[in-house]
Write a protein that binds this ligand. Sequence first.
Ligand code: AMP
Length: 222
Amino acid sequence: MKIVLLGPPGGGKGTQAAELSRRRGIPAISTGDMFRDHVERGTELGRRVRGFIERGELVPDALVLDMVWDRLAAKDCETGFILDGFPRTVEQAEALDQYLADRGQSLLAVINLEVPAEEIVRRISNRRVCPVCGRSYHMIAMPPAEDERCDVEGAALIHREDDRPEVILRRLEEYHARTEPVVHYYRRAGILRPVCGVASAEQVAAAVLREIEGAAARAVTG
Ligand code: AMP
């Protein structure tokens, strides 16, 4: 079961990917989390991508692809995976298709979480994340049980540097210019499944699951 979760920044991809991963027992792979981890550990890749992330710009494809292929080659991806934050350009989507085709595989479905721009800005400004596990919280709609601490790790939640208003605008521009074409790419391929992302996390999770079950049933019956 190979799934891509698309949607604007702050659209709930991380939350939905984590939920789907829990329910389906397949890994959720977030390229944003992987990059943040590299930056934190001060790796060579981390040093190269840091500026792009801080400015809210997409990291060049050449720095994204090898990292993703390495991750997809891991044993836990054998039965499937959920990609969160990748592909973000048509070139990345084409490269992913090629990578899978070379292995006789294909995507089951691409879920597109649809969230209007006003809602995105509201969500991102209220977003806090766990620096240990990457879990996202919304301080009003989805707060942690204990004040500003991750429910799982107990770590103090942080406000991502690139969630500041001026960087959010740049990220949204990048999304419109470079990631929206990916939505059209998958629509043309006939595997795009839109889901309204404006509802509670539980309601969106239920809708995502319905779409995936629909896609799986279609794959079986041909
Ligand atoms: P995210 O956590 O998905 O919002 O990603 C945070 C930042 O990481 C983005 O604003 C980009 O700078 C970078 N990034 C994550 N995934 C990708 C990708 N697939 N292609 C290019 N840049 C990415």
